[in-house]
Design a protein around this ligand. Structure first.
Ligand code: 3PG
Length: 221
């Protein structure tokens, strides 16, 4: 499928992406036919910011399909690891980028592509590096494995001016604990799009999961 360049949209900030809903769905798609119905199911459940991970050969075509056919959705790229990834995602219609780690070159690549970046961090030194480059909204990844809510509480002292989107090991069962922290604006997770529901086209189940996720309360609001 030919990729169509992004239509002109106002530039978002990472904070706007994080404010949109309590949960950013982390989506893995390997069939372009699933992209539009999946995006519509999430939008119907109140989730508009959709992170499509660059982990499959079909990811860019999936982004392009959603950007063209689901105007209520805002498609973003996850697993962005290089400037080239950022350019490809932007050309496919992505309007924000999420990365599993951070380097200054990646930050520059996303700025050059015009994409707001939610950079991944897991240590104090990585937070300092991201702050040096001007980032104050960060993805904490992998959140559960790297210390979970206890780590976020510890960071709230020295990094009082940073807001986080914990991702990795976050689920319907523990999302509320993360969202109860004042330095958490939203969480990310794959639980809204279970692989079996996507494979069987169970869009109603995905809408229900999105509706439930939309209801989480945030301390930071
Ligand atoms: C990922 O990179 O896969 C995301 O962090 C999602 O993690 P999860 O599947 O634990 O929600």
């Amino acid at each position: 499928m030919a990729l169509t360049p992004t239509p002109a949209f106002p530039t978002l900030s990472a904070l706007q992406v994080m404010h949109s809903a309590p949960v950013i769905p982390v989506i893995v798609l390997s069939d372009v036919a699933h992209a539009v119905p999946l995006a519509r199911a999430l939008v119907a459940g109140g989730i508009r910011m959709l992170e499509i991970t660059l982990r499959t050969p079909q990811a860019l075509a999936c982004m392009a399909a959603i950007a063209l056919d689901v105007p209520e959705a805002v498609v973003g790229a996850g697993t962005v690891r290089s400037a080239a990834d950022a350019r490809s995602a932007r050309d496919a219609g992505a309007r924000f980028a999420v990365s599993p780690g951070f380097t200054p070159a990646l930050g520059q690549g996303c700025r050059d592509a015009g994409l707001p970046l939610l950079p991944g961090v897991a240590t104090g030194s990585e937070i300092l590096l991201a702050q040096q480059e001007g980032y104050t909204e960060l993805k904490f990844f992998p959140a559960l494995q790297a210390g979970g809510t206890a780590m976020l509480k510890a960071w709230s002292g020295p990094f009082f001016d940073v807001r986080f989107c914990p991702t990795g090991g976050v689920s319907a069962a523990n999302a509320a604990e993360f969202l109860a922290l004042p330095n958490v604006v939203c969480v990310g997770g794959s639980w809204l799009t279970p692989a079996d529901a996507v494979a069987t086209g169970d869009w109603a189940r995905i809408t229900l999961l999105a509706q439930q996720a939309s209801q989480f309360k945030r301390q930071s609001f």
